[in-house]
Design a protein around this ligand. Structure first.
Ligand SMILES: [Zn+2]
Length: 325
């Protein structure tokens, strides 16, 4: 009993090894071929799978070695998008933002090859990883559709095709991230309407990761997102936001973020165990998965590995305390 409880996973991104960051830069400057880059991306993906197996995670990710920005990556591979000039975001950070200039269309699978490659490396399940329609819209300029709703719903229909292709390729879990939801709680109805389209009739387990922590304005509405599991961050706010989910009761599976991805400091095992115990006071044991707060791409490879080791060890000891396998 209990082998299938408190399964451990991660949110999706892993740090890029130095050789890959260098290769991406060289490729951007035309000094490296696409083939060479892709070879190194696969090497890094394999290293990422081995790291996760080594640590002992239950559900793996491919690590997103081929991706830069989670919206731009998809926009560049769909019809209807262009890319803007440099736009200022936080402080002095500049980036290029996707621009919708025509009907959005996904002509061919975007993530399926990478998924198959990663899944082929391991006997453990690997999650399919997508960016949701609401976030795709919110982080792009719209110069074509009459309003945000028509763009979001059009994107939903296209992303749905990718979900179905991933499922066909054998994905047991498909994650459709919607980090932008928490920045615009006034538009949550639209995000909910779109997710219904994305996951309708899908048999793979569906997950959505929502970032940035303040769930007060969105709860319990987020329970209407048509996914089996919500993946939320808790460690960053020292688990204070758990209280929000006490009432009404949480009706989905939940992946509980128990290590802070924004900090270099490696949590102690006792700290992580305390977090898990708090979460189990709010969520039913059989619905709980354990993972870091968010993607690990801003950490170093060593920090990512160390945080995951502590996490897996903490889960083992909690399971023992509970009399689970
Ligand atoms: Zn996140």
């Amino acid at each position: 009993m209990g082998a299938q409880m408190l399964l451990t996973t991660t949110v999706g991104s892993f740090p890029k090894p130095t050789y890959l960051s260098k290769a991406r830069n060289d490729y951007g400057k035309g000094r490296l071929s696409e083939q060479e880059l892709s070879k190194l991306e696969r090497k890094a993906t394999e290293e990422c799978i081995r790291l996760q197996e080594g640590v002992g995670l239950d559900i793996l990710v491919h690590g997103e070695m081929e991706r830069g920005d989670m919206v731009t990556y998809f926009a560049e591979r769909m019809e209807g998008f262009g890319i803007s000039g440099l736009v200022r975001s936080y402080g002095n950070r500049y980036y290029r933002k996707p621009v919708v200039k025509g009907e959005v269309k996904r002509d061919r699978p975007i993530t399926v090859e990478t998924f198959k490659f990663a899944q082929g490396l391991t006997a453990k399940p690997v999650k399919g990883m997508l960016t949701g329609p609401y976030t795709m819209c919110d982080w792009s300029f719209n110069e074509f559709y009459p309003d945000r709703r028509s763009l979001v719903l059009a994107l939903a229909g296209e992303i749905r095709k990718e979900v179905l292709d991933l499922e066909k390729a054998g994905a047991k879990y498909v994650q459709i991230d919607e980090p932008a939801i928490s920045t615009r709680p006034d538009e949550i109805d639209l995000a909910i309407e779109a997710m219904k389209i994305v996951t309708q009739g899908v048999k793979a387990k569906t997950i959505s990761h929502i970032c940035y922590g303040d769930f007060t304005a969105m709860y319990p509405r987020i329970l209407d997102l048509a996914v089996d599991q919500l993946d939320l961050e808790f460690a960053n706010g020292d688990f204070a936001n758990l209280d929000i989910f006490k009432s009404p009761p949480f009706t989905k599976e939940v992946a509980v973020g128990v290590v802070d991805v924004h900090s270099h400091v490696i949590e102690s095992k006792e700290q992580v165990k305390a977090g898990i115990r708090k979460a189990l006071e709010v969520f039913p044991l059989e619905n709980v998965y354990i993972d870091p707060d968010c993607g690990l791409k801003t950490r170093t490879w060593e920090e990512a590995e160390a945080k995951l080791k502590v996490m897996v060890q903490a889960v083992k000891e909690i399971k023992k305390e509970l009399g689970l396998k």
